[in-house]
Structure formats: C-alpha cells, structure tokens
Design a protein around this ligand. Sequence first.
Ligand SMILES: C[S@@+](CC[C@H](N)C(=O)[O-])C[C@H]1O[C@@H](n2cnc3c(N)ncnc32)[C@H](O)[C@@H]1O
Length: 289
Amino acid sequence: MRSAHRSPTVAGMGHHDHDHDHHHDDSSLADLLDLDAVVLHEYWTGALDWVRRAAGGDGQRIVDLGAGTGTGTLLLAHRFDHAEVIAVDASAEMLHRVRAKAQDQGLADRITTVHADLDERWPVPGPVDLTWASLSLHHLADPDRVLRDVHAATRPGGLIAVAEFPVQLRFLPDGAGAALESRLLERIGRYQAERLPELGSDWAARLTAAGFALLDERTFDIDLAPAPSEAADYAALWFGRMRDRLDDLDPADAAALAGLLDGDGPGTLHRRDDFRVRGTRTVTLARRP
Ligand SMILES: C[S@@+](CC[C@H](N)C(=O)[O-])C[C@H]1O[C@@H](n2cnc3c(N)ncnc32)[C@H](O)[C@@H]1O
C-alpha cells in the first residue's frame, strides 16, 4: 500500500505524516472495496459462480490472496459449503472488516484471517484447493515468487483464479465529462505506471511460468445504466482518490473535479442521474497439474 499524496494546491491540505496517510489510504480503499461489492454485485456473483462450477465439489481449503474487505472471501464461503476460507492481507484494517462480516453472516467458524505481507513470506501451509487473487497481484513487489509459492502450496489438481481489470472504470457520460475523465485517467495511468508496474501484466503467461496449466479466461463486461444508487458514493471515492494522487492538475480540470466532488451544485456526482458504470474485469483460471 502506498500513502496518499494529497495536493495542497488542489485539495487545500498540507503534508500528512506517513502513518496518518497510510491509515487514511487503507480506510478509503476499504470503503471503496465495500462499495465495489455492492455496485459490481453482478460481476462478483457471476465470477465466483463460474469459479465454483470450475472447481466442482472440490474446495476444502481456500485462500483469498490480498482479500481486502473480504468480498471474495465471503462469496466463496457461501459457495463452498464446508470449506475453510483463509483471507490473507497486509492490512489489519481490511482483515478487521472481513472478521466483522464473517461474524454477521454466521461464517466466523469457517473464515480465518491471516495478517501477512506477501512480499516477505508465504503465510499459508498447504495443501490448498483453490486460491482467489482479485486485484492484489499487481500490488506485489515480486508476484512471480508469490505465484510459485501458491503453486507449491496448491494440491495437484487444485485451482487458482486471478481477477484483474484491463481498463479503468468510467462513470461520466459522453461529452465534456468523458473528456475530463479521459484526461484524469491518462494522468492516473502514468501515476500507476510508476508505482504499480505490474498493473496490466499478462497474468496468464505468469501463471504458466509458475507451473500452472491454463484452463480458461473470462471477460466480464460491466455497463450499469442507470447506475445503482450506491454508485454515486463509489464514483466519488474513485474521483477522490484521483484527486489525492494527482498533483499539478490543470486548473480548469481541478475545478471540474471539485465540481464533481464538492458542494451541492447540479454537477455534483451525488445529484446527477446521468452517469453509468462501465469497465471490464477478467478472471484467469488455472490448475496445478
Ligand atoms: C485493490 S485491493 C483488492 C482487495 C480484494 N481482493 C478485492 O478484490 O476486493 C488489494 C489488497 O491487497 C492487499 N495487499 C497489497 N499488498 C500486499 C502484500 N504485500 N501482502 C498482502 N496483502 C497485500 C491490500 O492491503 C489490499 O487489501
């Protein structure tokens, strides 16, 4: 996880100490992930139903790698009736949310959380039947090493499913809004290229290199129009994170972004009914021979 760098010029806030930023960033990401589960519910259930079918009845010991707030963990526990699901994450705050949800949904006896930095060590003893890694591998310093560790921990015949997003989500309708969004996404793409060089990698090739045999890859197209009611909060978190990260925005773009996020003008995300949620997630499925 990286700390947020809020621009004093754009957001009117000064420098934060590292710990504060780290916490702020974790909790804003956690809120975003919780909303991701609600807004992209159809994608999540479709993807995990598909993984469930591919795994058949197998699945006693399942790992959710970089589990975040546990969207995958919980959906897996519901789909694999008797499995133990182990949520691994480097963030204590994320895992706290996983445990709270497990408790609420009566799944605390089958969901375990493991607080570990995957860049330092592989934390789950085998044999593992299924690993789900959603939007987490691109955060790792050495994902190939981690994939080899997953392979070593997976029983022969066991599966791994990697979910990633080949394109950024988009919210604003065609016209000036979409042009602004394109400029912001182009800037955020450059920001991410420096900090998350593994984003957009060829995960199928890397799974093969780690010793897995590819089974299938599915693309889930997302196009929600009208957007569900939670999408305004969700979009505001995405745009807010962009504002946190992008220094030196063009003043007109900074003002337009502020208009989306702040105040109560008609252009504020929370007052608009014309935005959609568009994007793509891919899930790559592989088996340990
Ligand atoms: C974008 S979130 C995805 C969360 C969840 N899998 C989902 O799709 O909703 C990435 C997660 O990976 C975790 N993460 C990042 N680097 C990690 C590391 N080195 N070890 C363990 N977890 C890590 C973060 O804390 C975060 O919860």
